[in-house]
Design a protein. Structure first.
Length: 255
């Protein structure tokens, strides 16, 4: 893994970053804990994560500090603006850094907009396989699978890894959803989608968001998460490379 840095950041030298990297950023959290330990704000990009459950640990992150859960801890917002921002989106990108800290944990919801609304879930079963699960709309599940742990990445190496999920509702079903791991498109490498996305946009009535858990504390992470971003457009591989190499890092550091 190449650790994200600000020095020399910028991705491919001939690449001009898309201006939507800033204007299209709907949610952004550096996940640095505030002094009173009650909120995880970020410079007016998304609502404050004002509900803090079981006081997640404040640990060293990619940039500054990060949120770490032990399987019981997470943060949450129930701001009414969330539904307005995401409902009907036919293009979006989710990006975050994650480090697994408990190899015994069966499932972890890193990020969630409501039960069976858009969310990202990692999990495993008895060391037999690791799965990566992505929900788009209520009751419609889309899955990526890696059946043998550590064959494509070292699931338990204790390092930070960069994950990006992109969606483009205008593409053929099999091409709508892509997943990148440390700047590599592994959408078809880790297995085929159990259900190829047929929906063309997010459809949700949910006005809540969790980082580190699903709704009501179901499946909290046993790991650390940092630099969470959600954009209203679909990043290209060059855009993903730019993020991986530190392109948005300064935007995630609070003034």
């Amino acid at each position: 893994m190449s650790r994200l840095t600000l020095t020399g950041a910028g991705g491919p030298s001939a690449f001009e970053p898309d201006p939507r990297r800033v204007t299209g950023l709907l949610f952004a959290y550096n996940l640095d804990e505030t002094d009173d330990g009650t909120r995880y704000p970020f410079d007016s990009k998304g609502p404050d994560l004002s509900t803090v459950v079981n006081a997640p640990d404040d640990v060293e992150g990619i940039i500054g500090r990060a949120l770490q859960g032990d399987g019981t801890q997470y943060v949450k917002s129930t701001d009414a603006s969330i539904e307005t921002l995401i409902d009907g989106l036919g293009n979006f990108t989710v990006s975050f850094w994650y480090k697994r800290t408990n190899t015994d944990a069966a499932q972890m919801f890193v990020w969630n907009f409501g039960y069976q609304d858009p969310n990202v879930q990692f999990g495993g079963s008895g060391g037999a396989y690791v799965y990566h699960r992505f929900y788009l709309n209520d009751t419609i599940s889309y899955y990526f699978y890696e059946y043998t742990p550590n064959t494509i990445w070292d699931w338990d190496d204790g390092n930070w890894h960069h994950f990006v999920y992109t969606f483009d509702g205008s593409q053929a079903n099999a091409d709508k959803l892509k997943m990148y791991y440390d700047n590599v498109d592994i959408s078809t490498v880790i297995g085929t989608l159990t259900t190829a996305p047929s929906a063309t946009a997010i459809a949700t009535t949910v006005s809540e968001m969790e980082i580190g858990s699903n709704v009501d504390g179901h499946g909290p992470i046993s790991g650390s998460v940092d630099l969470f971003g959600f954009w209203n457009w679909t990043m290209t591989p060059d855009d993903v490379a730019y993020e991986y190499n530190g392109g948005s890092a300064q935007a995630f550091v609070a003034e």
